[in-house]
Structures are given as C-alpha cells and as structure tokens.
Design a protein around this ligand. Structure first.
Ligand code: HDD
Length: 722
C-alpha cells in the first residue's frame, strides 16, 4: 500500500512496521494450496464414494474451501455502504505552523500517503452510483505522527444538529421497513416526514436536492469536513477550522433524467470513471482549503460555529488553499482495502482537536462501535489498510484476529519488568494532549438557542444558485415530493419551503398541483421540549451575505477546461476516417478522449479501410458521454438515421444539454432528431451548443470550444414550466 512506500522515506518508521503492512499475496507461478499450505491436484471434483456416489465428509479440501466461501461477506456499512476508493499522496504548499503543529500541515518537504473512500449514503453495497444522495468523502492521512481521518461529505452541512437523532434520520432515509422500498432514494414518505418535522434539516435538504447530489464524477466534486474542528499550534494556541477539498477539474453535475438512465445503463458509472481515470494516468486532484477563525472571534458570526447545519460563507472567512491531494493508484483488492478500511472522526493527530459540535461529539463514539460489529473485533487497526505508518506500541493485547505477536512479559503500565516501556510521550516527544478548553456548565439535555435559525442559510444557498440550478432544485423537490404518498407530509414540506423562499414553495406547489399552506403549519421537533412546537416561530437572522459565490456549481466550473471528458463519435459504414482522426487529434490536444461507436463490431470507412469501433450502439448510450460528434460520410449518416438507437443517442444528448457537433454531411441524421426543429441554422445554434460544419478541422475546433462550457442548461430554461 502507499503507506508502505512512504515508510521508506522516513527513518522514524521501523522496518518491523513495514513488514507488518505487507501481507500481499500473488498466485503468479505458484501451486494451489489449502490454507495450511498443502498443495493439491484437483480443484474441480469433490471426494466421492465412486464417480456417481455421495460426497465424503472427510474431504477437508472441499470443506475448507466451502467454509471460507460461506463466510466471505462481512456486514455492509450501516450508512455509506456503497463506496469506491483510491490511494494517493498529499503535498503541502505552505507551512501552517502559525496555526497547527501537525507535521503534515507544517512540513512542506513531506509527501503524506492517503487513502480516500467516496460513497453514497443511503443505498446498499450493490446500489447504483447515480442515486440522488450525499457523497461521502473520507480521507485517511497516514502521517508520521499517526493516522488522521477527515471523514467528510461532498456537502458542507448535515441534516441534524445532534447525534442523538442520527439513527432516526438514517431509519427515515433508508428503504421503508415494511417492504424495503425504495433502494438508494430519498423520494419516499419516511424521509420527507422526518425532514419536514425537523426544520434544522432544511438547509441540507436544499443541498441534497441540488445538483451536488448527482455529480458527473467523483473527481469533480468538492469535499468538506463539515464540523468546525480546532487547530492547535506549538504554543498551545487554538484556532477554529473548517476543512474543504476543491477539485482541480471543477465541479460538474449530470441532469436528473440522465442520472436515472445511467443507473440502468451503468450502475458502476462513478466507480468505473474513477478507476479508469487513475489507470489512464489522469490522476484526480483536489486542493485542501482551510477557513481559519481565531478563538476570540467565536461569537462574531450570525450563526454558531458549533452548529453543523451552517457554513461559514467564504465571503466572511476566505478559504486558504494550502496543499494538494493527488489520487494516483487504484487498490489491488477491493475487499481488503476499500471494504475493510475503517475511518473514524476520532482519529486525529497532535495539532488537531475537536470542538463541542454535538453531532461531532456523537460521531466520536459511533465509528469505533460500528467497526466492532462490521470488522468483527477490536483489532481492525491491524488490517493492513488501517495500519498507521507510525509505529504502534501499547499494552493492548489479544482479542479476535490479533495479528501482532507482542514480545516480552510486560503488558501493563507502570512496569519495571519491561524497563518501563512503552514510555509515555510528553509534549516534547510529540505526545497528544487534549486542548484544555474551559467548561463551566450545568449537565442538561438541551440545544443552544444559537442553533435555532433553520432557514437563513437555506435561503442563502437557494439565492446563490444560478437560474438553471434553481430550476433543478425545484424539479428535484417536485419529483421527490411527487413520490410522497401522504398528502399531509407534502403539505407540511411546502410550509417549510415557504419559509426559505416564497417562489420556491410556489413553484414546487404548482408542480404538485397543491397550494402552499398558510403559516405556521409545520410542527417542529428541532426545538426544546419547553417550547410549544405549534406556535414556535423559527428564528431567521438577517446578518451575513445575501448570496455566496462559492455555493453555485456552475459559477465555480472553470470554462474551457475539458480535460478527461469523454466524447462519443457516432459512425457507420462509409464514415470518413479523416474526420474521426481530426476530432481525435483536437480532443487529445485538449486532454479529452473519444470513443468510436458504431451499430456493429466492424465497419468499412469511406477511405476503403476496415475499422473496429471501441463500442457498439447496443452496449452504450449518450448518458455515458459528455458530448457527441458525428463525422462526415453520407452513407454513414444515412445508416445511423435508420438506427433508432443512434437518433435517440443524439436526442438524449441534446435533452441533457450536452455539446453536439455534426458534419454538414450528416444533415439527414440531424433532421431525424426531435431537436432539429429548435435549430435556426445561425450562430444561435453554436451558442446553444450545436455545431454543424462542412470542414472537419473547423468542426472539431468549434466542438472543443463548445465543450469548454460543459453543458448548455439554457435549453432547459427555454422549456421550463412554471
Ligand atoms: Fe458518518 C460512515 C460522513 C454523521 C456514523 N460517515 C461514514 C462515512 C462517511 C461519513 C464519509 C463513510 C466512511 C467510509 O468510507 O468508510 N457522517 C459523515 C458526515 C457526517 C456524519 C460528514 C456529518 C457531518 N455519521 C454521522 C453521525 C453518526 C455517523 C452523526 C453517528 C452518530 N458514519 C457513521 C457510522 C459509519 C459512518 C455508522 C458507517 C460505517 C462506518 O461508520 O465506518 O459509524
């Protein structure tokens, strides 16, 4: 694993730890053996009394193989079951020792190995990648001072403020208990019942209904630590910090209709995309950003820094980009690494500390607890992927699946029989000491009133979206609430939305054929028991920016950068090979790639040669590509025009607002599409992302420029109903 490579670079890490972390096996050139190392000669037939007789119990080879197989699944994660991961490195740009003493944030000469697991939250392990859902973004930094896990999401806030509610929230969003429907979807009664009764969820609900929940690629989404953490410097001074990951490819989304089709065409779309990008050397990269707030400024914001349903708008505290993470290696074995990796918010290193965020405090308990049942016992830290590169020495012993063979007679402290080892590490030796925060309080089950504003930042988020993004949110909520069978839940939710934005509520209500209820209608279980939820008016604070530029994906997508995008080149017999080469060349120069797709597995080009396409129309669809190109060759276009799948390919690409380029020779195909009637034959078509040209070189050039805009969402706005 990457962790091992790094150990070679540091003297602090013992050879013994490197050896422990190895545990790899390759069967290349080896004989097959049982788990006891016994070679055997037949792995196709069980031992029988005669070749047509019954199997014999003494067949230890069969029994060993079958017993192992019968136990080869472990419980999937309660949440974030569906995931994919990669190895990489983190490199610091800037010494942050003014704020923290954590080595990986102060030593610009280090390369810290990382293992990153992305996930969806609600679905089972086998569910689709393209569910509308939050994405987990969990990073394990194997630092020289121990493992630091940044267990975040691709959204900077959460549905609840206190961990006490986490099991309720998860039960509500998971498939309903009586029939286990629906899989990997929040579009059902129990989710909306819960969030409409807990208005603290409103901000996060809007994020989850936005395009953030349907990323184009895991490589093209932001990450957030969500909670406010602390940084502690060598002098013992503390600073509040929010963690951000900023993707260098920008943020991109798919259309919702597209997401639903991808779920059928390729449920592994995101995992395949990540795997292939890394195999091709297109290493995904993010910059680590920090928002740092001095302790003295804790109460200067119109929201509580401890409230995980709030962001710190970047206009109030800018994000400093301090380093870069590059994912450069796929795991060798999905189960051993991706499935067995155990993240934990409580895995911190000296220089980082917690705050009293009540959601974070609950998480500090939950993650170890869940590993005990998922990974079977207390020694999961010894599984290779979980081992720190820093040496581990303590008096913990035994337990199920213990790997370490501890030597010596002492397993306690203090001791003399072991020479007092392992020694306690004082501050000068890099020992962790908790931040000595002063606490003077009554023991209560309560929520701070500073957590009561449930709508200001929901409104901030909505107001900060571009028009197409607002439309996507409206349509997403119409879709989700449209699937809610209980009218009272839909109505209650409209009441909640009305507190965020009147137009949003009205538009959703129109789509549902309902009326926005008069206020106040909703119950609110986000307030303490001594407040009557029926009469409670949530606090809405007016301070802070009206809009925040960082919240819109579209506003934060770099235009002109088409690196790693995938183009479908539709061809049939008679295609001009020269045109294909022209577009391939132009795309390669811009860092994008093309796949040639034909109705069947071999075609004849206009130049007379034979060509094997990369894919056939039977196995792919336009939803799997970022843009579509149709080269010249009148026969090719005529053949494609007669293929329903080819015409549909273009129709879908247009519907999903993708750039399209067609040779003028492909006009017959263009005329067969549904969108031909929307075209004007003028410059307006190019502005709308549809490029037609007779010259292959010019067509390719204009196409690459159009792709720089990613999507032409204005096509949807033109058709939107309100
Ligand atoms: Fe959690 C997994 C992120 C709240 C309890 N969580 C899990 C993973 C991520 C997050 C990324 C998957 C890790 C992996 O890839 O293996 N969780 C979050 C974020 C939260 C959050 C960003 C809010 C800010 N989680 C949260 C709470 C609790 C949990 C409040 C419980 C009190 N989370 C868990 C868990 C999981 C988990 C049940 C399931 C599998 C695991 O831990 O290892 O313990």
């Amino acid at each position: 694993m990457a962790a091992r490579k790094a150990t070679g670079k540091t003297n602090k890490v013992s050879k013994k730890v490197q050896d422990l972390a190895t545990n790899t096996e390759s069967a290349d050139g080896q004989f097959i053996t049982t788990n006891q190392g016994v070679r055997y000669s037949d792995d196709h037939n069980s031992l029988k009394a005669g070749d047509r007789g019954p199997s014999l119990l003494e067949d230890f080879i069969f029994r060993e193989k079958m017993t192992h197989f019968d136990h080869e699944r472990i419980p999937e994660r309660i949440v974030h079951a569906r995931g994919v991961a990669a190895h990489g490195v983190f490199k610091l740009y800037k010494d942050m020792s003014r704020f923290t003493k954590a080595g990986f944030l102060t030593d610009t000469g280090r390369e810290t190995p990382v293992f990153v697991r992305f996930s969806t939250v609600a679905g089972s392990r086998g569910s689709t990648d393209l569910a509308r859902d939050v994405r987990g973004f969990a990073v394990k930094f194997y630092t020289e001072e121990g493992n630091f896990d940044l267990v975040g999401n691709n959204m900077p806030v959460f549905f609840i403020q206190d961990a006490q509610k986490f099991p309720d929230f998860v039960h509500a969003v998971k498939p309903e208990p009586h029939n286990e429907i629906p899989q990997a979807a929040s579009a059902h009664d129990t989710f909306w019942d819960f969030v409409s009764l807990n208005t603290e969820s409103t901000h996060m609900v809007l994020w989850a209904m936005s395009d953030r929940a349907i990323p184009r690629s895991l490589r093209m989404m932001e990450g957030f630590g969500v909670h406010t953490f602390r940084l502690i410097n060598a002098k013992g001074e503390a600073f509040f910090v929010k963690w951000h990951w900023k993707p260098l490819l920008g943020m991109h989304q798919v259309a919702w209709d597209e997401a639903t089709i991808i779920s059928g065409k390729d449920p592994d779309f995101h995992r395949r995309d990540l795997f292939e990008a890394i195999e091709m050397g297109n290493f995904p990269e993010w910059e680590l950003g920090l928002q740092i707030v001095p302790e003295a400024d804790e109460h200067k914001f119109p929201f509580d820094l401890l409230d995980p349903t709030k962001i710190i708008p970047e206009e109030l505290v800018p994000v400093q980009r301090i380093g870069r993470m590059t994912l450069n290696r796929n795991p060798d074995n999905f189960f051993a690494e991706t499935e067995q990796v155990a993240f934990h918010v409580a895995h911190i290193v000296p220089g980082i500390d917690f705050t009293n965020d009540p959601l974070m405090q609950g998480r500090l308990f939950s993650y170890t607890d869940t590993q005990l049942s998922r990974l079977g016992g207390p020694n999961f830290h010894e599984i290779p992927i979980n081992r720190p590169i820093a040496p581990v020495h303590n008096n913990q012993r035994d337990g199920i699946h213990r790997m370490t063979i501890n030597q010596g007679k002492s397993s306690y402290t203090p001791n003399t029989v072991g020479g007092g080892c392992p020694f306690l590490a004082g501050k000068m030796d890099g020992g962790f000491a908790s931040y000595t925060e002063r606490i003077d309080a009554h023991k209560v089950r309560a929520r701070s009133k500073s957590f009561f504003d449930h709508f200001s930042q929901a409104a901030l988020f909505y107001n900060s979206q571009s028009e197409p993004e607002k439309l996507h949110i409206i349509n997403a909520i119409r879709f989700e609430l449209g699937k809610v069978e209980t009218k009272e839940i839909r109505e209650r939710m409209l009441g909640v939305l009305n507190q965020v934005d009147k137009d949003l509520a009205a538009q959703v209500a129109y789509g549902l054929g309902m009326k926005v209820p008069p206020q106040p209608k909703q119950l609110n279980f986000s307030v303490p028991a001594d407040v009557d939820p029926k009469t409670y008016q949530p606090l809405k604070q007016k301070q802070g920016p009206e809009r925040s530029g960082a919240l819109s994906m579209i506003a934060n997508s770099p235009t002109g950068d088409i690196r790693t995008r995938k183009v479908a080149v539709l061809v049939a017999d008679g295609v001009r090979e020269g045109d294909i080469n022209a577009v391939k060349k132009a795309l390669a120069a811009a860092g994008a790639m093309a796949e040639v797709i034909a109705p069947r597995g071999v075609i004849k080009t206009a130049e007379g040669g034979m060509m094997e396409p990369d894919k056939t129309l039977r196995t792919v669809a336009s939803v799997l590509y970022d843009a579509v190109y149709v080269p010249g060759g009148a026969n090719s276009a005529a053949t494609l025009e007669a293929e329903d799948d080819a015409v549909e390919f273009l129709n879908q690409a247009y519907k999903h607002c993708k750039p399209l380029a067609l040779s003028s020779e492909a006009d017959v195909l263009l005329q067969a599409t549904r969108f031909a009637k929307d075209l004007t034959g003028t410059e307006a078509d190019v502005e709308n992302g549809v490029v037609v040209h007779s010259n292959a070189g010019k067509l390719a050039k204009q196409f690459v420029t159009a792709m720089g805009q990613y999507r032409f969402w204005q096509r949807e706005l033109a058709k939107a109903t309100a």
